[in-house]
Design a binder for this molecule. Sequence first.
Ligand SMILES: NC(=O)c1ccc[n+]([C@@H]2O[C@H](COP(=O)([O-])OP(=O)(O)OC[C@H]3O[C@@H](n4cnc5c(N)ncnc54)[C@H](OP(=O)(O)O)[C@@H]3O)[C@@H](O)[C@H]2O)c1
Length: 268
Amino acid sequence: MNSIAGASTSHETPQSPVSPRRVLITGASGALGGVICRRLAAPGTELLLWGRDAARLALVAGDCRAAGAEVVVRAIDLADGPAALAALAQDDAAAPISDALLVAGQGDAVPAGLNIEPAAQVARLAQVNFAAPAALAAALADAMAARGRGRILLVGSAAAFHALPHAPAYAASKAGLARFAAALRLAVAPLGVQITLVSPGFIDWAAGGRPVPRALLLPLDVAARRILAAFEAGAGHAIIPRRFALLWLLDRLLPGPARAAILRRIRP
Ligand SMILES: NC(=O)c1ccc[n+]([C@@H]2O[C@H](COP(=O)([O-])OP(=O)(O)OC[C@H]3O[C@@H](n4cnc5c(N)ncnc54)[C@H](OP(=O)(O)O)[C@@H]3O)[C@@H](O)[C@H]2O)c1
């Protein structure tokens, strides 16, 4: 994984800061994705909004249209990998996608009362948080490389950098995504395609109800703004907020038994 110091940016494929033209956003029906969509919505921009919940997608779509964007909505379940790739091929064939922000993800932890995560949940998180965004990014990068330009954002998590006993599949799926992003970035930078990974810590949103100290929470709007800023700046990898990069460093430096004792105390 690159950018071990965290919160860092690499400018391997600087591209002109043109407004996105045809932008795919997965997770558009979610808290973070919805704010990102609304921030991107402007005249001259076409937004392809993907999510599962048709009602929430329609709300976001309405706001984006009111801001002057053209909007196409697609209700889709990323648990079906082949269907997601077919949908992507269809959307890109209709008109080339210039930017993709792959935000969708699930944050399930070990359910209350269990010591070990159910196998079905492990498989689901591996698919939705890793396999689907990685496959979509590969397909997009291929199409964009053929055009000589394009930008892809992957939303990971600071959880990727810690072996969390209360959320093994979440941490691992995001770790896999981080490694994939770093490798794909190296492969496609010379072809004019930008890959940005943003690894947020805890994001605060009303329904999220995070049982963590306020000092560790990043307001939703701030998270969206900083994610888009990293994307626009052509960052390779950004950890937000910065203190989560320090936690990553601490995790790496601590002796194994001390690290294990701390990680076992963390609750979802
Ligand atoms: N919240 C945090 O503290 C935090 C911290 C670090 C990273 N992140 C990451 O940020 C991203 C957005 O999270 P959020 O906080 O905005 O959560 P959220 O409100 O629950 O949104 C998740 C989004 O992902 C979509 N999604 C989930 N499973 C899907 C599936 N099988 N197929 C298609 N879409 C699916 C949801 O669609 P529907 O709602 O329509 O089902 C929703 O749009 C995730 O990747 C998450 O891991 C969040």
